[in-house]
Design a binder for this molecule. Structure first.
Ligand code: F6P
Length: 533
């Protein structure tokens, strides 16, 4: 299979992607849609034969069977012995989902309605702080307990104008919480402690700091705290009443958790109905993923494009470039989703992977990136496959000329990457400026765009809660498909453990309570620097 695909690569690598557009059905043939949510992958070097080979790869890897096992609650997270059921959190149909013979849906739906009741009470003022209606919500969490809600809060801000302000504190750097607390009144602030395990040192340290800050002005701090966790028993020490503790099960991975309790801050901001629309978008993508043929299946196609670019074509990075300023935190969210899920070198059966896995994912919203790092994307020596995304319409009805320019820039970038600009054309341009001889040649060469650089474009009508749900669920399933093809368990994250252990061990060394026996010279030198500062 892989050899076959490498042969496809060898056959096509010198080909111009632009030439594929000689067939004027190229766009229709190499784009796929779910309603009006459309993925265009025609500006890649994938042709019909290559696509068939990629689909055969997915079929051969057992993607369909593993997908069905995941949705059915089988313990596909084998290294942790857990089911993988974030999809249950958006299963609004209420279809039975069993883990160990037990339907999990009644509890999921009960927690959802408790969240809705609480979010509504915060928004309408029937739940209050000591000083009155809640003006500010501080979500304290890190990784999956931060990035999802922080990303969605910003993405959906047009829907949150009548909700309280939300702030997201994640870093153990005291600057993070300090800069938020100075903006808030403790008597009208709700603190949400979001941690699947309720042990994460950054989150617990920040939560204690927030509690001390609140205690200076508020008699019963527990009454202005809520907890989101799968370790509900650990939340008891915080004096938080059970009605403000929202639990979830271990079959929801941290980076897949924003659909449930971890999304509470977003629900408080945009309201229960809009949050449901977000879930509905995710659910629609789940149904599509479950039923569409692979040749039309958005998450499968996106995964196959990823495999083509990374494992087959050897491009070890991909840029996610949303032409949607409110998706400014989406690249960071995808970094965790993709790199914590598939950044592995051992396959499910404990053997070394034979192919590279987990491309480096990065990005920034357009058009800002154009004036920063696009230079490398256009003219650098390495090819960076790009994933553009853009809405046909913005929310600012009085600023449609801005949106038109935004869209024009997005399309222009993918066109420039496709088309490039040849040396001959650059020579003509330099000649037209009056340059001749060596100087003409020198200047012309600097202006060449190699082109033939692949990109995909995801286009949707408008960034609504429903559409955001579609986007996130599509990328989640893309990670799953890529992981399955590579034989990876996308749902564990052992690679984060060593740093955590060493940080705990360094704490007493930094404070001088322990010596640094066994530490390397560099680490000891850095410790000494801090101790002497
Ligand atoms: O250290 C990595 C990690 O476990 C992530 O997978 C997770 O999203 C994050 O830490 C936060 O964990 P928790 O929600 O348990 O505080």
């Amino acid at each position: 299979m892989w050899t076959d695909l490498k042969a496809h690569y060898a056959r096509t690598s010198d080909r111009k992607i632009l030439d594929l557009f000689a067939d004027d059905t190229r766009f229709e043939g190499f784009s796929a849609a779910l309603g009006d949510f459309l993925l265009d992958y025609s500006k890649t070097n994938i042709d019909a034969d290559t696509r068939s080979a990629l689909i055969a790869l997915a079929e051969n890897a057992g993607v369909a069977a593993r997908r069905d096992a995941m949705f059915a609650g089988e313990k596909i997270n084998e290294t942790e012995g857990r089911a993988v059921l974030h999809t249950a959190l958006r299963n609004l149909s209420g279809r039975t989902v069993e883990v160990d013979g037990q339907d999990v849906m009644p509890e999921v739906l009960d927690t959802l309605s408790r969240m809705e009741a609480f979010a509504t009470a915060v928004r309408d003022g029937s739940y209050q702080g000591q000083g009155g209606k809640i003006t500010d919500v501080i979500n304290i969490g890190i990784g999956g307990s931060d990035l999802g809600p922080a990303m969605a809060y910003r993405a959906l801000s047009p829907y949150g104008v009548d909700g309280p302000r939300c702030h997201f504190v994640s870093n153990v750097d005291g600057a993070d919480i300090h800069d938020v607390l100075v903006k808030c009144d403790p008597t009208t602030t709700l603190v949400i402690v979001a941690s699947k395990t309720f042990t994460t040192i950054e989150t617990m340290t920040n939560a204690e700091t927030a509690q001390k800050w609140m205690a200076e002005k508020v008699t019963d701090t527990g009454a202005q705290f809520a907890a989101l966790s799968s370790a509900v028993s650990k939340t008891a020490d915080w004096g938080i009443a059970a009605e403000r503790v929202f639990g979830f099960e271990d079959w929801v991975g941290g980076r897949y958790s924003m659909w449930g309790p971890i999304g509470l801050s977003v629900m408080i901001s945009i309201g229960a109905d809009n949050f449901r629309a977000f879930l509905e978008g995710g659910e629609a993508m789940d149904n599509h993923f479950l039923t569409a043929d692979f040749a039309e299946n958005l998450p499968v196609l996106l995964a196959l494009v990823g495999i083509w670019h990374n494992q087959i074509s050897g491009h070890g990075t991909r840029a996610v470039l949303p032409y949607d300023n409110r998706l400014g935190r989406l690249p960071a969210y995808f970094q965790q989703l993709e790199m914590e899920s598939n950044g592995k070198s051992v396959s499910m059966d404990g053997k070394d992977l034979t192919l590279p896995a987990g491309p480096v994912v990065w990005g920034e919203p357009g058009t800002n990136g154009q004036h920063a790092f696009y230079q490398l994307i256009h003219q650098g020596t390495q090819v960076v496959p790009v994933e553009f995304m853009v809405a046909a319409k913005g929310h600012e009805d009085d600023l449609t000329h801005h949106h038109k320019l935004l869209v024009a820039n997005c399309f222009a970038q993918s066109e420039a990457l496709l088309r490039g600009r040849s040396l001959d054309e650059c020579r003509e341009r330099m000649a037209a400026k009056g340059l001749t001889g060596d100087e003409l040649e020198r200047q012309a060469r600097h202006r060449v765009f190699p082109g033939n650089r692949p990109s995909t474009t995801l286009i949707y009508p408008k960034l609504t809660p429903y559409v955001l749900g579609q986007i996130i669920a599509m990328y989640e399933h893309r990670v799953f498909v890529e992981g399955t093809i590579l034989g990876i368990n996308s749902y564990d994250q052992w690679g984060v453990e060593l740093g955590k252990e060493l940080a705990l061990a360094l704490d007493p060394i930094l404070s001088g309570d322990q010596d640094g026996a066994g530490k390397d010279g560099s680490t000891l030198g850095l410790v000494k620097y801090v101790q002497n500062a």
